[in-house]
Each structure stands twice: as C-alpha cells, then as structure tokens.
Design a protein around this ligand. Structure first.
Ligand SMILES: N[C@@H](CCC(=O)N[C@@H](CS)C(=O)NCC(=O)O)C(=O)O
Length: 307
C-alpha cells in the first residue's frame, strides 16, 4: 500500500494543491477541513464512490491517480500524497498556519492517530477508533445504495482492486438491513460499537479533566479535525443516540466542533443528493423498520445497560 508523499508526478499542473475527494467520505472531509483551516486554495476534483452513485474511484482515469481506488488523494505540485492522516500532517508541516503553532505534538499525534483509519478498515480497532467507522456505517450505506443500480455496483467487480469491498456493497444492496441477520456481520457491527464505546469513554474522561479550549491545549489542532469527522459520522448514522448517552463532555465538544468555520465549509455546506436521501431514509427506517429497531435496541442495551 502506498503511504505518504510519493516522488513521482501523476498530474501536470501549475497548482500547488489539488484534492481528489468525495462529499461523503470521512477521510476526504478531514483533508478539506485542514485545507480550509490553513486558508489554502486548491483545485477540487469530486470523485464518486459507489455510495454517492458510481464507482468513479475505480475508473481508469482515477486509478492512475490512486491505484488503490480510494479517496482522498492530495497532490502537492502534482505529486500524490496517500492516506488522509499523512495528508493533513504534510499540510501542517509544509504551510505556516495556526495548526503548526507550538503544542504538545505527542498528545496531538496520539489523539489524531486514534481517530484515523489505518490499514485494513476492520482490523486494529483497539488502536484505531477510526477503523470502527466502516462497519458502523453499514446501515447508512444500505439506505444510500437504494438509489444506486445493481449494475453500477457489479461494475466494481471488474474494475475495483479491492473486490471484498464490492461484495459487501452487493450484500448491502441486495439484503438491505437483513444483512444483519448474517451472524458474522451482526457480530462485526456489535464489536465495532463496543470497541468504539471504549475509545469514547477514554475521550470523555480526557475532556472531563481538560479545562483547555480544545482536545490538546488551547489551540485547535489535527486531533480536533480527526475527531470532528468521526463524531459527525456517528450522528449521520444515528449512533449518537447510543454512544453519546452519558457522555456530556463529548456532546458539548461536538457542538463546538460543528460550529467551526472550516467544518461548515468542509462538511455542512456540501450537500450530496444521495447522502441526504440516505440519511432521511435511515431516520425513517429507525421509526418504521422492526429489524433495524431491534438491532438498535439490543445494541443500546449492550452499550448502556452495562453502566
Ligand atoms: N486509510 C485511508 C482510507 C481511504 C478510504 O478507504 N477511503 C474510502 C472513502 S472514506 C474510499 O475511497 N472508498 C472507496 C471504495 O471503497 O470503493 C485514508 O485515511 O485515506
């Protein structure tokens, strides 16, 4: 897997910064927020994921930019930087901004890495809270895929380098929420939720002892950017009902994060039709779909019943 800045050019450009990204992608959101925080101008290239309509990430044109078929990809003077946590670190190390003011770098790295998606998205969840996000987004993937044809997903079987991802989307498209009747998938969801809860308890404890303005110190940092997109995804999938319960400091912290100008520019102001429909349908299903309600109730008991 390619990580960090590469020494070759994938696009002839006069632009210092070019971003290949997607409205819905959590990792893309992170990089957009960082670019806005630093006040950087960038060429913006929106690339569709299957959830937002088609497998543009697996198109020949995009595979030239990233053979792994994932967004975001940030180009610096045409050279690609892979992995969103590397991209935001690169920005901060390259550009003068409030984000690289003197601070407790070790603590920022700790919290930033914890919220990152690193390696196989369903492994290493005890270290990377970010790796729980994929399985936890399954219900929203299922509603978003209602607006995408089977044919579009099947195309991924030919062009996408990570076929297992395509198979998961085919399952979600064909079974909808019934996918959680598959024991392995239900267990994956349950484990992801429980592990994320333990990361959130650590975050809650840290915030409760912290009388500074942000996660690390009084300056907004990469740690805050990384947690803002993760916490926000939980609210998009309605997991906040379960996971934010009894965590008043996280609730307050999240409200502060979403008011930040860069968050508004990087997330709130970017409306994606498939995402908006998917979120609306998921809310509706939570009120009407017995199977989904049962899953939420069971998981709520598992997380909050033990306290
Ligand atoms: N660890 C990578 C994760 C990249 C990733 O998996 N991106 C997702 C969107 S958040 C993607 O492009 N998925 C495309 C696909 O699975 O087809 C990073 O931090 O950049």
């Amino acid at each position: 897997m390619l990580i960090g800045l590469q020494d070759y050019i994938v696009q002839e450009t006069t632009k210092e910064w070019v971003l290949y990204h997607n409205d819905f992608s959590l990792c893309s959101r992170k990089v957009r927020i960082c670019l806005y925080e630093c006040g950087l101008e960038f060429e913006s290239n929106h690339i569709d994921l299957i959830e937002t309509g088609k497998y543009e990430v697996a198109s020949k044109k995009f595979l030239h930019i990233n053979p792994n078929a994932t967004v975001p990809v940030l180009l610096n003077k045409g050279r690609p930087i892979y992995e969103s946590h590397e991209q935001i670190k690169f920005i901060v190390n390259t550009v003068d901004s409030e984000l690289n003011a003197p601070a407790d770098i070790e603590a920022i790295d700790y919290w930033m890495e914890k919220a990152s998606m690193v390696g196989n998205p369903i492994e290493g969840q005890n270290i990377y809270a970010g790796n729980t996000v994929g399985p936890l987004t399954f219900p929203l993937f299922a509603t978003m895929l209602r607006n995408v044809s089977f044919l579009e997903i099947l195309k991924g079987l030919i062009s996408h380098p990570m076929k297992e991802r395509v198979i998961i989307f085919l399952l979600l498209k064909s079974l909808g929420f019934k996918v959680f009747k598959i024991k392995l998938i239900k267990k994956l969801l349950e484990n992801s939720l429980l592990i994320l809860d333990s990361h959130l308890l650590e975050l809650e404890k840290h915030l409760s002892k912290n009388d500074e303005a942000w996660l690390v110190g009084n300056r907004f940092s990469l740690a805050d950017i990384s947690w803002s997109v993760l916490l926000h995804r939980l609210t998009e999938c309605n997991w906040d009902i379960i996971l934010f319960k009894g965590k008043p400091h996280i609730q307050k912290y999240f409200q502060k994060l979403i008011q930040r100008k860069s968050f508004v520019q990087g997330i709130s102001e970017r409306k994606n039709i498939n995402l908006e429909k998917g979120k609306k349908d998921l809310k509706k299903s939570l009120k009407e779909d017995q199977l989904l309600q049962n899953i939420f109730n069971q998981l709520n008991k598992k997380v909050n019943g033990k306290r």
